[in-house]
Design a protein around this ligand. Structure first.
Ligand SMILES: Cc1cc2nc3c(=O)[nH]c(=O)nc-3n(C[C@H](O)[C@H](O)[C@H](O)COP(=O)(O)OP(=O)(O)OC[C@H]3O[C@@H](n4cnc5c(N)ncnc54)[C@H](O)[C@@H]3O)c2cc1C
Length: 637
């Protein structure tokens, strides 16, 4: 399968404008003749559905929650980047582009990243026009704070609820279209298959999560905005419902899966506290603006933090990376925390923790100022741990947070299945091997509000669509497959719960394909996952029935997909004999323990093609060229 990225040429500043100009347009009067399915109502899907409907297309939008406004985007805390340069601190579109390509360890497509930086400024205007209550300075201008991997302050925020406020903006735009009859919303509806007819994505099969009914939806194009797959690790900062099913079923219908092993481990999460925990909690990266990270200088020093005097503390990020200090990118901060804990200097009962200390900022700025910036995060931390960050330092440890991998898309955000577009965290596009903080919201909204309205129109205007009914043989076959899979899951009646399989998979993934990976461990993990998958299909016990609300059944389908994805992630990690960004192969590191890339051999996006049950997926490589930001050893020192 040849990968055509449709990356434009010419000066990078003009590429998106020229592409837009060259695109075909759909006549306004014809737009209502086209039907579009949008799977997902988070920032990417909600923005896309609202915008496409506003343009005049007939849109159906799907989500598995009871309301579009419960999409996982609502959890985003810290902020959204934009190259507005409101702080007059030297920021620019080019600098955001540069930081993102470098932050992604030179494994992203330059053209996409530049477009993202360009569009970032429009997003803020759009959100402000919608009434999103961004934090403001005393004089009324929008406020900014800093996130990792950038020297300037370009992160716009609404206290610790930025995702929620942005989602309310997108949701209101979506509701307006629902009210106008241009979007039909299907909450509590899960996409379980993609329908491909004559090589084009023409529909989906869904299951109504309340009644269990399966349905076929036919359209002219399908937009997937179904979020990330971090929950393959079982424990992650993602909402419990986040899953890979929509993307995975599309993969099995011909959409290549790119860079599945690129996972982001976020440095500031509340440490794991016990075996029965099912969820990890993020403490936003914004806290690193004012919190200082440290561990005791001596291994095994388990005095309470207040009793450890300054000279016996190691503010290791400030020491190792004086230029960026506590605001180094996430991959760098996470690995440094792991190194400290590996040296026996970790804190807390498990020894898997480091301190994030606000004492100096409280002394400098006052408690009130800190409460205004982070009050809700401090409260959340105190509710979970019983400790007040105003009094004692937070304890934090890295945890799975975001997935840079996803379905492969070209510059138009179209997958390898024509007519299947993929937006937001579900695609692999813009962050390379490591995403900079506050850039996911930016990407989801850029894709949904500003890219897809053009590229989808171009696709519709450039293609002819045969009339297809819900009784088309491909649609009927896909629906029958969905039903038989559901029946199969319910019929096994084995001895193990779905959760026990998920938990075991998560442990394998964390141990062998988590913060550090090596060849031996990855080979072991692949064998282990294969055996676990075999056992799953013989021994899982899915309670309840299909014609009913059945969360055990929902989870079973998702875990079955995670098992297959987990294997592909390990295969991808094994194949990539280098370290880059969040993919840290222990065999490939500098003497200081930093990631060592191999640009000669691995400057490509790995796009895996499904070749059938029991067959190995085939690797296709999209070579990455860097005309503007030349690959170098990343340094934050
Ligand atoms: C705790 C936390 C804090 C974060 N904070 C920030 C931050 O401050 N700044 C930042 O830039 N990023 C942040 N991120 C990352 C960011 O929130 C996400 O990457 C982003 O919101 C993803 O948006 P999305 O629209 O792609 O997907 P989501 O918001 O996850 O939406 C997915 C949608 O797809 C639907 N869906 C999924 N599968 C199916 C299916 N099979 N059938 C039907 N519907 C389906 C869901 O119902 C949902 O509507 C944070 C992430 C976490 C976990």
């Amino acid at each position: 399968m040849p990968l055509n990225s449709r990356t434009p040429s010419g000066p990078i500043e003009t590429r998106w404008d020229n592409t837009k100009f060259e695109m075909k347009l759909v006549n306004p009067a014809n737009k209502r003749k086209y039907n579009v399915l949008v799977v997902g109502s988070g920032l990417a899907g909600g923005a896309a559905a609202a915008t496409l409907a506003e343009l005049g297309y007939n849109v159906k939008c799907f989500c598995y929650q009871d309301s579009p406004r419960r999409a996982h985007s609502i959890a985003a805390q810290g902020g959204i980047n934009a190259a507005k340069n409101y702080q007059n601190d030297g920021d620019s579109i080019y600098r955001l582009f540069y930081d993102t390509v470098k932050g992604g360890d030179f494994r992203a497509r330059e053209s996409n990243v530049y477009r993202l930086a360009q569009i970032s400024v429009n997003i803020i205007d759009q959100a402000v026009a919608q009434g999103v209550p961004f934090a403001r300075e005393y004089g009324g201008t929008l406020a900014n704070r800093s996130f990792g991997g950038a020297h300037g302050s370009r992160t716009f925020y609404a206290r610790g609820q930025t995702g929620q406020q942005l989602l309310l903006g997108a949701y209101q735009a979506l509701e307006r279209q629902i009210d106008a009859g241009r979007v039909k919303m299907f909450p509590r509806t899960e996409m379980l298959d993609l329908i491909v007819i004559d090589g084009k994505a023409r529909g989906i099969v869904t299951r109504n999560l309340v009644t269990g009914q399966t349905d076929v939806h036919i359209a002219d194009a399908v937009v997937l905005a179904s979020g990330g797959y971090g929950n393959v690790f079982y424990l992650s900062t993602n909402a419990k419902g986040c899953n890979v099913t929509a993307s995975w079923r599309a993969f099995k219908r011909g959409a290549c899966f790119a860079n599945p092993c690129f996972t982001q481990i976020h440095p500031t999460c509340i440490p794991v506290s016990g075996d029965y925990q099912s969820k990890l909690t993020l403490m936003s990266e914004s806290l690193r603006n004012d919190g200082r990270i440290w561990v005791p200088l001596k291994a095994g020093d388990n005095r309470p933090p207040q009793q450890i005097p300054e000279p016996e503390r190691d503010y290791y990020l400030e020491r190792i990376y004086p230029s960026f200090g506590n605001l180094v990118p996430r991959d760098v901060a996470s690995r440094a925390a792991k190194r400290m804990c590996d040296e026996g200097r970790g804190v807390g009962p498990s020894g898997l923790g480091v301190y994030l200390d606000f004492a100096a900022s409280i002394e400098r700025l006052g408690k009130q100022a800190i409460a205004e910036r982070y009050g809700n995060l401090f409260e959340m931390y105190e509710r979970i741990t019983g400790e007040s960050p105003y009094e004692v330092p937070m304890r934090i440890f890295p945890a799975v947070h975001y997935t840079m991998g996803g379905l492969w898309v070209d510059y138009h955000l179209m997958s390898t299945v024509p007519g299947l577009f993929v937006l937001g965290e579900a695609n692999f596009s813009d962050h390379g091997a490591n995403r900079l903080g506050a850039s996911a919201l930016m990407q989801g909204l850029a894709d949904g509000y500003f890219v897809i309205p053009f590229t989808l129109g171009n696709y519709l205007a450039s293609n002819k669509f045969e009339t297809v009914g819900e009784d088309h043989p491909e649609a009927k076959a896909a629906k029958a497959q969905v039903s038989s899979r559901v029946e199969k899951l319910l019929s096994i009646k084995g001895n193990r719960t779905v959760d026990s399989f998920h938990r075991e998979l998560g442990k394998i993934m964390w141990e062998h394909c988590g913060m550090a990976r090596n060849e031996k461990g990855l080979r072991e993990a692949i064998a282990h996952i294969r055996a676990l998958k075999e056992e799953f299909w013989k021994n899982v016990n899915v309670l309840g029935e299909s014609a009913d609300l059945n969360q055990s059944l929902e989870k079973a389908g998702r875990v079955a997909d995670f098992l297959e994805l987990g294997e592909l992630m390990c295969i991808d990690a094994l194949e990539r004999n280098e370290s880059c960004g969040g993919h840290f192969r222990e065999e490939y590191q500098t003497p200081e323990g930093e990631a060592m890339r191999d640009d000669e051999a691995f400057a490509y996006a790995a796009a895996w093609e499904y070749k059938g049950e029991g067959q190995p997926a085939e690797l296709h490589k999209e070579d990455l060229t860097f005309e503007y930001v030349h690959p170098s050893q990343r340094s934050y020192k």
